[in-house]
Ligand binder design. Structure first.
Ligand code: DC
Length: 228
């Protein structure tokens, strides 16, 4: 079975639609969707709860061995994050959680700690895995690498709709500023910065609807892996 495993790596900036598109593509192709951002968010939550500075490796590093971070898939197929046995899948989805995740993700000690957890999934399942360094670091041999992007304004507009739907009163300017700050932090960090792998296909979704984006990526997957 293992010779038949397929891996799709989807990287790109926050708000490009990676998780929504990756989840839908995985469902349509019968692959498992792995949201690696959720894993970084879970570390960020643990660091926040411990009152530690998320930028300080000497404060964060010693916390890591005491964390039990796991993910599993419910009967609905959705990835659920567990931190020391507690389901934190919702708790990690706040603007503050995003900033903590982005900060801890700059630390090499955190990236090294999470590497095997991500790779192990692709050893046993066909996956669509999304993140920032999947094609460059986590799955450098992925059969298909996609760099999914969109303009900062298009991404901020989409994120604002999501936040407002949850009752969060952020404004467009708040969301755009957060987006630009997080892009800079994710792209300029020394450890595994966000960048397209040399062999990635770039897909710009600024002017595509969600359904168009999903179909475009599905077509790439079908073509690359010879799926009918
Ligand atoms: O995709 P997301 O917004 O849930 O990710 C949260 C943060 O985690 C994001 O700022 C970048 C970081 N991240 C990363 O550095 N590497 C990954 N593979 C996934 C996420």
């Amino acid at each position: 079975m293992s010779s038949k495993l397929c891996a799709v790596a989807i990287d790109g900036p926050s708000g490009a639609g990676k998780s929504t598109i990756a989840r839908a593509v995985a469902a349509r192709c019968g692959f498992v969707y792995v949201d690696t951002g959720a894993i970084y968010r879970t570390v960020g939550l643990a660091v926040r709860r411990a009152g530690a500075d998320p930028h300080d490796a000497s404060a964060v590093g010693p916390l890591l061995p005491g964390l039990d971070i796991r993910f599993d898939y419910g009967s609905d197929g959705q990835q659920r994050m567990k931190l020391n046995g507690e389901d934190v899948s919702e708790a990690i989805r706040t603007p503050e959680g995003s900033m903590y995740a982005s900060a801890v993700a700059t630390l090499p000690v955190v990236r090294a700690y999470l590497l095997d957890m991500q790779r192990d999934m692709a050893k046993t399942h066909s996956v669509v895995m999304d993140g920032r360094d999947i094609g460059t670091v986590v799955l450098p041999d992925a059969g298909l690498k996609i760099f999914l992007t969109a303009s900062a304004e298009a991404r901020a507009k989409r994120r604002l709709l999501e936040l407002n739907a949850k009752g969060d009163g952020s404004t467009f300017d708040d969301v755009l500023a957060d987006m630009i700050r997080r892009d800079a932090q994710d792209s300029n960090r020394a450890a595994a910065p966000l960048k397209a792998a040399d062999d990635a296909v770039t897909v710009d979704t600024s002017d595509m609807t969600l359904e168009e984006s999903i179909e475009h990526v599905c077509a790439l997957v079908r073509e690359r892996f010879g799926i009918a």
